[in-house]
Design a protein. Sequence first.
Length: 319
Amino acid sequence: MDMRMIQFTSRRAYIQQSLKPNTALLIRQPHALTRNHDVCYPFHPNRYFYYLSGFSEPNCWLLITPKNCTLWSEANNPKRSLWEGDVLAEQTTSVLSIDQWFDITSFQQTIEPLLNGLDTLYHIGEKPSLPISLEDGTNLVRDLRIIKDPSEIDAIRQACNISAEAHNHLMRHAKNTPHETALEGLFLQSVMAQGVRSLAYPSIVASGKNACVLHYTDNNQPIDPNSLVLVDAGCEFEQYASDITRTFPANGQFSKHTQAVYEACLDTQEAVIQAVKPGVKLSELNQLASRLITEHLIKLNIITSSLDEALDKQIYKTY
């Protein structure tokens, strides 16, 4: 078995051991969405489905019972193979170490015998139409996903490394790229040059006042060389995301005022990172960040009220 598949097999085994007697878990992987005619949007697998299978083809079901794991997916046919290439189909059992595989077209007929003797079917994703008591199964997998295993940490680290290099690539060429669209293209170029095709979310490349729009994604304006540029962009690696935001001067040189604000943000970020440790709540880190950034804004005479008043009224959110 492929070493990468061992982690998925282990996760399914954990779920099998966690299931209550006479219960099972069913997860749906949806169809690819049609963009127009015979063209689909890029497909992203259901995260819960992928976490337990390592399978990224669309239109599938995965059933986990205390004793067996069964997968339904699309079968091969000559026309599909000609236009889109082969799918895994019957090879699922050997490649993914799944106990049994069925053609997705036989789902309704083949699943019902597998549910005999069960009282409850937990489900994630699309709710199936089956003659059994149904309950949401998200919690069965959610807690397991919270703690990352070494392979997951490696994937996240790789996604971050690829995205960091793409940000650096973009900044190195920013002076000669006076348009938001072109800068977005540089990020994508670098990510793809490193072997990754999928972004974690739509990139934000915002110059000047556009950077004040929290989820600005038009990315279609010329860049004033005297403005700041905010880039919020990250890639996915093996279905794990990165998320990096950086702000830099379009012409490569901070002014006195923009550098002061930049250093205030940097100081706050570094202090919050230092405060991260087991037992510290996200809400506590947020309170620390709010206090520090407010203190800096007061020192810069951007906020003129007292610290207590500024925090109480959350004036820092304006900036």
